[in-house]
Design a protein around this ligand. Structure first.
Ligand SMILES: [Mn+2]
Length: 458
């Protein structure tokens, strides 16, 4: 079968075989009552992945000890190398450290989906490495860490965890007008078993919890120009089309829902489409994308344990806290969007800058750059570069559009080159990138990025 076979069925088969090997190893340790040492990433996908493996372990009567980290650094592995666990389980990370992980005191399973050059460990006995890239599959779009982790427990018949496996895919933004590859395979099974349902609907946030005008203003993905992040704009829109803004979306009559849909799709056609839900779930987690947003908010507030508790079934205090974190996060996005609308950006000929030293804003600058473009507040023809001052350094995020990358813009390259010229470091993708430079070089850096982008376009 060719590598280009549309569904990648052949490659998926190999990935599944590897995941089964991981499952066999997991089962051996569970049978011996070993506590499984789980290390996962602290974002939405990482928390979902930890949720998948920890649920599976406890359903099998086993025990686990979890730590969530922002990045797998040398220090983290140094710390783990002193631990005497018999089995380490890495989620959403580890593929870049196969050799080091292979030297830990216990055996190890790596369930990652990040690109890796490292194919060692395939033949090592102490370790099973599960990663779609090892089999020619795309880990950026086709499967998340929660999906890969789900594959490693699938032989234990854990179909009820298939919903959580897709939550991580939403968290890593792998959904756009549908799922592909392994995600699609998992979705098909989830739908067949009834764990997940799909229907066409408006993709609004907090549909059943907030009054309609808030629900609309809190919808950032897809972004609705003039409405997302703008409570007054949202109210004015609803008044204009004659729908009462204080009512919840779920309480609207069907004709009103249709009417609202007709008007919203004129502003952004992507606002209507397939939505996926777990019918058995609590209303605030029922929609897979909302579930991912709550976990993301837990991660951003550094309360990973709250996120994991939600995944493990706490529908009382953990869920209440998670919903509260999401509210806080949305409030700060709302403030940030208003700030861009009020202040605008500092425009140069080819790029534009947003600068802040504010503690709250610094956490969301990358997201604000994207929203500024999506909401048509900022000029989409100029990449948005955010500058967040951290003591004597500046943290930089750049965002642009597909239209601009088609014209030649490569932000990863531009930020890397410019940062290197001033004793900083940077890199990333063509459409989104980051860097750090010394504060005293900021003006020089800004000019150089502008110059580099100008040569990229011409
Ligand atoms: Mn991930």
């Amino acid at each position: 079968m060719s590598k280009s076979s549309k569904s990648g069925a052949y490659q998926q088969h190999h990935l599944l075989n590897r995941a089964e090997e991981a499952c066999t190893l997991l089962k051996e340790h569970l049978d011996k009552d070993h506590v499984v040492r789980v290390i996962s990433h602290n974002d939405s996908d990482g928390i979902s992945a930890a949720g998948v493996i920890c649920n599976a372990i406890s359903q099998e009567g086993g025990k686990f000890h979890v730590t969530m980290v922002p990045r797998l650094k040398e220090e983290v592995i140094d710390r783990l190398s002193r631990e005497k666990y018999q089995l380490f389980f890495f989620c959403d990370m580890g593929s870049g450290f196969v050799e080091r992980i292979g030297r830990l005191k216990g055996q190890a399973i790596i369930a990652d989906h990040h690109q890796t050059m490292d194919t060692t460990g395939d033949e090592e006995e102490s370790l099973v490495h599960v990663n779609p890239h090892l089999f020619g599959l795309d880990g950026t779009r086709d499967v998340s860490a929660s999906g890969v982790t789900y594959l490693t427990v699938k032989p234990l018949e854990k179909i009820e965890l298939s919903g959580l496996a897709l939550v991580g895919a939403f968290g890593d933004m792998q959904y756009s007008d549908g799922f592909k590859g392994v995600n699609q395979t998992i979705l098909t099974e989830a739908l067949e078993s009834g764990v997940v349902e799909e229907h066409e609907d408006l993709k609004l946030s907090s549909k059943s919890e907030e009054p309609l005008y808030k629900s609309l203003a809190y919808t950032f993905q897809p972004a609705i120009p003039g409405i997302s992040g703008d409570l007054e704009g949202s109210q004015a829109f609803l008044e204009k089309i004659g729908i009462s803004y204080g009512i919840k979306f779920t309480d609207l009559a069907n004709e009103e829902k249709d009417f609202l849909r007709d008007h919203l799709t004129q502003l952004n056609p992507h606002i209507f489409g397939q939505v996926y839900s777990m019918p058995q779930e609590d209303p605030s987690l029922r929609d897979l994308k909302s579930y991912a947003e709550i976990l993301d908010a837990c991660g951003k507030n550094k309360h990973y344990a709250v996120g994991l508790s939600i995944c493990l079934g706490d529908r009382e205090s953990a869920l209440t806290q998670g919903v509260e974190f999401l509210k806080k996060y949305r409030e700060s996005l709302l403030k940030g969007v208003n700030w861009i609308r009020r202040e605008g950006s500092q425009e140069m000929d080819y790029v534009q800058y947003l600068y802040t030293a504010d503690k709250e804003k610094k956490k969301i600058m990358g997201t604000l750059a994207s929203l500024g473009i999506d909401l048509e507040i900022l000029n989409p023809q100029k990449p948005v570069i955010t500058l967040s001052r951290m003591h004597d350094q500046v943290k930089i995020s750049g965002r642009t559009t597909l239209e601009m990358t088609d014209k030649g813009v490569n932000l990863g390259f531009a930020l890397e080159q410019a940062a290197k010229s001033f004793n900083g470091a940077g890199g990333g993708h063509t459409i989104a990138a980051g860097a750090v430079v010394p504060y005293r070089e900021l003006e020089n850096f800004k000019n150089l990025v502008n110059d580099i982008v100008s040569t990229q376009i011409s």
